[in-house]
Design a protein around this ligand. Structure first.
Ligand code: NCD
Length: 323
């Protein structure tokens, strides 16, 4: 069982495989008329978001709800954080209310790790600064395994703004752990010198890489994190590093394209590629819920609980009490 989910570095291939296999069992719940199982009934999951998020926050919330956990959404805006409350005081306040798990997104690398020192609750890192975003990597691995059938031996290219990307660090480690050959590629100003130590190759030749790529993973240009000019203009970036119809055509026929979202259409990816049949971007979002259900289930002791079964409508107070 996993205590905290902080970084892909903490997971070996067996643990990743177990999370993905468990997620498979949860995927079909979304197809049922009642999209809920009672597995985490009585548990409380708090989303503690200090940074903006669309997909990750809603996905964690739906995952917890589909497991019948109570959910608490806490965003820094509109809370006592804006009055200067520290992470420690905020976390201890939440814990005093009895939360069992805290899903945290924070602009500082290491914030999730720090949180584990203040609380007994399980901590899930939903993105800390430039550092890690492990559930994103897990849902990407799940999506590729589902569509391609395997992970080991695949050639994965992670392309774009690698420097500012916690997703890049997480997916490179995740794919490498599962036996894929990973190459990162981007403008030299946006590929950190430490990249080879993540277990990948580095190249600045995107066009040379495409013909031997099975999984093309495009990264968002993270303008909000840029403190200086890393490339001349968006148009120049799109021309040299963006993927449009021409570059898509150079990929092998069976190749798939991923992007964690949100996308800058027209910069790192054209609308045509984003909407192409081999782009798995919507599948990534859908699978995010099952993968996060799997993580919450495995971390909150769900493995010892009864197997997933649908919740049916209770009609009487006695029936409600019996559950
Ligand atoms: C990513 C993030 O926030 O790190 N988005 C996400 O979680 N889906 C990637 C990004 O913002 O570029």
């Amino acid at each position: 069982m996993i205590t905290h989910l902080l970084s892909m570095e903490d997971l070996d291939a067996e643990q990743i495989g177990h999370i993905l296999d468990t997620a498979e069992g949860f995927r079909d719940i979304a197809l049922r008329p009642v999209k809920k199982v009672p597995t985490l009934r009585g548990r409380t999951v708090c989303n503690l978001f200090y940074e903006d998020s669309t997909r990750t926050r809603t996905s964690f919330e739906l995952a917890a709800k589909r497991l019948s956990a109570d959910t608490l959404n806490f965003s820094a805006k509109g809370s006592s954080v804006s009055k200067g409350e520290s992470l420690k005081d905020t976390a201890q306040t939440l814990e005093a209310m009895g939360v069992d798990a805290i899903v945290i997104r924070h602009e500082q690398s290491g914030a999730a790790q720090t949180l584990t020192r203040f609380v007994q609750a399980r901590v899930l890192n939903a993105g800390d600064g430039w550092h890690q975003h492990p559930t994103q990597a897990l849902l990407d691995l799940f999506t590729v395994r589902e569509h391609v059938g395997r992970l080991a031996g695949l050639n994965v290219a992670v392309v774009g703004d690698v420097l500012h990307s916690r997703v890049a660090r997480s997916v490179v480690q995740g794919f490498a752990t599962m036996g894929a050959n990973v190459t990162v590629c981007g403008p030299p100003t946006l590929v950190p010198a430490s990249a080879p130590s993540w277990g990948c190759e580095v190249t600045y030749d995107l066009d040379g890489l495409l013909a031997r790529t099975d999984v093309l993973y495009l990264l968002r240009v993270q303008r909000e994190r840029m403190t200086e000019q890393f490339f001349p203009s968006s148009r120049e970036y799109a021309r040299i590093w963006g993927v449009g119809r021409d570059r898509l055509a150079r990929l092998p026929d069976e190749a798939v394209v991923l992007h964690p979202g949100p996308m800058n259409r027209g910069v790192e990816v054209t609308a045509e590629v984003a909407d192409a049949p081999n782009a798995l971007i919507t599948a990534q979002v859908t699978n995010g819920i099952a993968v996060r259900m799997s993580c919450l289930y495995l971390m909150l002791g769900g493995e010892q609980a009864a197997p997933a079964e649908p919740v049916t409508q209770a009609t009487t107070a006695e029936e409600v009490a019996a559950r």
